[in-house]
Design a binder for this molecule. Structure first.
Ligand SMILES: [Zn+2]
Length: 491
């Protein structure tokens, strides 16, 4: 184990033992795979929750009740609280409970490292993490209404608006149902103002660490975006013709397994390689990153590095590229992952962490063996001239099997080519060999699916994509057949 790894391991521990107790509890409820009703049960008379110590305002719980599925509606008040808290926590940008449990369970199995994005903040009080999409929160924190309170008695005459078309921090049903508790002044204001007010109310009730972390990150991002002057503005909106090579665009337009296969090679099971970026786009991106680093150096701005293992590089989402990368994931990566990685939520990727890493002299040298905090990882080499830096893959593993031995057919080494992309499961164990000369920059997009993470937290016994689970299952089948044969022999 290198000293680098030990350091990131400690960071992980700090975070892993952090403020997530509530979430862990929420995760154990057997109900949480269920969803809220789309149409409220208006017959239902909600319970009062005012006597309980809760994560969110008691009015949120009372008003959310009529959206509960029948099975939960008839359960105890405690079960209902658990269920609703879980639902709301799930919608937090930070709220990746399964990530937290992944981290803690894998830690016991070191030398393996789960590379994760949002650890450093726990060490450096002034910085914040690299993931979340917290724009809404920044706005919420500044609302002039936030000193106002919810009504104690709901305004039952009020017909709530629909919030389903908005990207929100909490389920849209929470907003609709909370409306009748709004003070008159807010009730008559715009939908945006109402959203701000309600988000603010709910955030105020979050465990302290969680809330201040989210707000700090918002402020951090805002500070960068308002002060940093982009070099190539055209990078910030995705223009496919300027960004991608024609073969890639053609395959995505046709969007069939056949069209994807025509541009992709799969040199090892689960590792997909294809030409993706135009050389000119790679150059622009390299220059933009260089410009950003220059700005960081000049202003002495303390930036967050992309993850727990890389000391160099930058989070693209933090300086304005998040919506461009969102579009890239949704329109150009998800069509492929839907076909090749449906077993790990490839069809439902809904958030990302985008960053660049830099290797070479005066940069990171190599990267230890690890798995990513993603369902699917896109890794594209931007350039430049370099020797070494090969990616080594050693089989896909679930949390339970992360430290098991590699089978000979799982060993695969890949040499980077500028403009070329590698797509693999986050749980595909890998690392990067030393870049022995020159300078190498890669762009990474960790793609995540909240649906997959939710489902996975309820299905612990077997993962079809894990090389070890797969073998166990096969052996089990074999044993069952043997037993059957023996019974037959006695007949
Ligand atoms: Zn397994």
């Amino acid at each position: 184990m290198s000293s680098d790894q030990r350091e990131s391991q400690q960071e992980t521990t700090v975070d892993g033992s952090g403020t997530t107790t509530m979430r862990a509890t929420a995760a154990t409820t057997t109900f949480s795979s269920q969803r809220l009703r789309i149409n409220p049960n208006n017959e239902h008379r909600p319970e009062s929750y005012e006597d309980l110590k809760l994560d969110f305002p008691s009015a949120v719980y009372s008003s959310l009740e009529k959206y509960l599925p029948q099975q939960i509606l008839v359960s105890s008040r405690e079960e209902k609280v658990k269920f609703m808290t879980d639902i709301m926590l799930r919608h937090l940008p930070h709220g990746e409970r399964s990530r937290v449990s992944t981290l803690t369970s894998s830690l016991e199995l070191l030398p393996f490292t789960v590379m994760s994005s949002d650890q450093r903040e726990s060490q450096q009080e002034t910085t914040v993490d690299g993931s979340g999409t917290t724009t809404m929160r920044a706005t919420a924190a500044t609302t002039t209404f936030s000193s106002q309170r919810l009504r104690i008695n709901p305004n039952n005459e009020h017909r709530p608006e629909s919030y389903e078309d908005l990207k929100l921090d909490f389920p849209s049903a929470v907003y609709s149902s909370l409306e009748k508790y709004l003070p008159q002044q807010i009730l008559v204001s715009s939908r945006e103002e109402k959203v701000k007010f309600m988000t603010d109310i709910m955030l105020r009730h979050l465990p302290h660490g969680e809330r201040s972390r989210a707000q700090r990150h918002s402020v951090y991002r805002q500070k960068i975006i308002t002060n940093y002057q982009p070099l190539h503005k055209e990078l910030y909106t995705l223009a496919p013709m300027q960004c991608f090579v024609p073969s890639f665009i053609k395959a995505i337009n046709e969007s069939s397994e056949k069209s994807f296969r025509s541009i992709i090679s799969e040199p090892s099971p689960g590792v997909f390689v294809f030409d993706m970026l135009q050389p000119s786009f790679c150059e622009m991106m390299l220059a933009e990153v260089e410009n950003f680093e220059k700005w960081v150096g000049e202003t002495k701005f303390r930036i967050m590095r992309p993850n727990t293992m890389n000391k160099y590089g930058a989070v693209l989402d933090d300086f304005g590229l998040d919506s461009m990368l969102d579009k890239l994931m949704e329109s150009f990566i998800r069509p492929m992952t839907k076909v090749f990685f449906s077993d790990v939520g490839g069809a439902t990727l809904d958030s990302h962490h985008g960053f660049v890493v830099e290797y070479g002299k005066d940069r990171d040298l190599d990267l230890g063996f690890h798995v990513d905090d993603s369902e699917v990882t896109l890794n594209v080499c931007l350039g430049n001239q370099f020797v070494g830096g090969e990616l080594f893959f050693r089989g896909t593993r679930c949390e339970r099997h992360v430290n098991t031995t590699t089978k000979p057919d799982e060993i695969y080494d890949y040499s980077h080519v500028p403009g070329q992309a590698v797509l693999h499961r986050g749980r595909h164990r890998h690392g990067a060999r030393a870049t022995t000369s020159g300078h190498r920059v890669n762009m990474l997009l960790w793609c995540r699916s909240s649906v997959f993470r939710e489902l996975k937290s309820h299905q612990k016994e077997f993962s079809s994509w894990c090389g070890e689970c797969f073998c166990e299952k096969k052996e089990e089948k074999g044993r069952a057949l043997d037993a059957l044969r023996q019974v037959k022999a006695f007949d």
